[in-house]
Design a binder for this molecule. Structure first.
Ligand code: CMC
Length: 435
């Protein structure tokens, strides 16, 4: 529990007699937050915080991260315990509703998700409009946004029941749409979902099955997939979640908001990193080339990042990366893969980086994406689907955060300010008069 005192911060505008007392808002865990909402009205100034590193944009009860201690809690439960003992559907219920479900609630919730796994047949036609070589994230972004053109009965965000159905639809349909994006890219027929399978099994089934033969989901792979989904399910106010909240703050419908989240996730600094890690390892080629690559990363002029390393919040270790690394070893062992050069190279890279002052002094550690790509590759998932898989898992987090925001009576449209450093007011001149 937080042992910081209640109180306030006094902010004084030097050279004037103006000051304000910014009350400290107490968190249940973690540092208090100075409420500066009166700053402009009372002192005439804004705060400048590019990247929002010091700004709490909302109050939330969903996920807690302590970046110094490497702690991640979903609704208070440590990620290690959930990854070990829970599963994705139960975690989804937890994120959405705040408590672990009873057996009856869990059954009801599962039913709610599975009865929405199919998509409107007309949606299949969307795919034909895309080039076969389109990145599946481009396709996913488009088709998830298009859901708002199909499910008109869930666009009224003020209706609690409509919000609930939209949540079910998104959690249930995003894997179907993601698998369809993959099937389209390889020219195979779409595979309808199977509601007798678990969430992870069904996703693997839709990705891998073909009508010509029977496909049995490998239970080892399904377990690993489920754990990967749990690890990626939510991560408080990261770039894509903040994007979902910002879009949602305007009253936009949930499908449009989640499409916005998918777009934000795609970037290599965020969810696109898992794909970028594999690309990086492939380019490095062999362990002998690692020192030269590390030197390049340390050279500011080279503009090269060690992908899968560093995090805005984690400055000690990313607890998800630790579980991911263990899972990686487990999956490779269970699949009988004794020698995986990519894993050997990743571990060597981690060893070298963690003993190098550049990374130590900047507190750069492997993040969740460093090992996830290696597991996914071993599972036969194509590289272009890595970020898509992240989106499938994160959909429940986005939906939970969106729902929490809509239900917060203090919610206002998100509207950051700026420091304007452009030209001051000047008069328009006709083109002939311009020098
Ligand atoms: N490789 C090399 N140097 C790095 C890296 C890296 N991966 N990450 C940060 N740095 C350096 C950065 O150049 C800066 O150095 P200096 O102080 O000399 O200017 C210092 O470390 C602080 O970095 P920052 O840019 O202020 O950190 P940030 O909080 O703005 O960025 C980050 C966080 C995750 C975007 C960044 O670490 C990064 O680009 N990492 C690689 C991409 C990646 O793995 N992303 C996945 C994040 S976890 C999953 C997710 O959230 O989606």
């Amino acid at each position: 529990m937080n042992d910081m005192p209640n109180g306030s911060v006094t902010i004084t505008l030097e050279g004037t007699n103006k000051s304000i007392r910014a009350p400290l808002v107490q968190a249940t865990v973690g540092p208090p937050v100075a409420d500066i909402r009166k700053l402009y009205s009372d002192l005439g100034i804004f705060t400048f915080d590019p990247g929002f590193g010091m700004t709490a944009a909302c109050e939330s009860k969903i996920t807690y991260i302590d970046g110094d201690q490497g702690i991640l809690l979903y609704r208070g439960y440590p990620i290690e315990q959930l990854a070990e003992s829970s599963d994705f559907i139960e975690v989804s219920y937890l994120l959405l509703h705040g408590e672990l479900p009873t057996a009856a609630q869990l059954e009801e919730f599962k039913k709610g998700v599975t009865m929405h796994t199919m998509v409107h047949e007309q949606i299949r036609r969307f795919y034909d409009g895309f080039r076969r070589d389109a990145h599946p994230m481009a396709v996913l972004c488009g088709v998830v946004g298009a859901l708002s053109a199909f499910y008109h009965d869930t666009l009224d965000i003020t209706d609690e029941r409509q919000r609930e159905i939209a949540a079910f639809r998104l959690i249930a349909k995003v894997p179907t749409l993601a698998a369809m994006a993959y099937k389209y890219s390889i020219g195979q027929p779409f595979v309808y979902p199977r509601n007798d399978l678990s969430y992870a099994e069904n996703f693997l089934y839709m990705l891998n099955a073909v009508p010509a033969e029977e496909y049995k989901v490998n239970p080892i792979l399904a377990k690993a997939m489920d754990r990967i989904l749990v690890l990626h399910a939510d991560h408080e106010q990261n770039a894509s979640t903040s994007t979902v909240r910002l879009a949602g703050s305007t009253g936009a419908n949930p499908y449009a908001c989640i499409a916005a989240g998918i777009a934000a996730l795609w970037g290599p600094a965020h969810g696109g990193a898992n794909e970028a890690v594999l690309k990086m390892l492939g380019e490095i080629g062999k362990p002998e080339n690692i020192p030269a690559f590390i030197s390049q990363v340390k050279d500011k002029n080279a503009h090269t990042k060690l992908m899968g390393f560093g995090h805005r919040v984690y400055k000690n270790f990313d607890p998800r990366a630790k579980i991911m690394k263990e899972t990686c070893h487990e999956v490779l062992a269970e699949l009988g893969i004794k020698d995986e050069p990519l894993l050997d190279m990743a571990m060597e890279m981690e060893r070298i980086a963690l003993s190098d002052d550049y990374f130590i002094s900047r507190k750069l550690y492997p993040n969740v994406d460093f090992y996830s790509g290696i597991i996914l590759k071993a599972m036969g998932i194509p590289t272009s689907m890595f970020t898509v898989l992240f989106a499938v898992a994160r959909t429940v987090g986005w939906v939970s955060q969106w729902k929490e925001m809509i239900e917060d009576p203090s919610q206002r449209i998100g509207r950051p300010r700026q420091v304007y450093t452009g030209a001051t007011s000047r008069d328009y001149r006709e083109v002939a008069a311009r020098g």
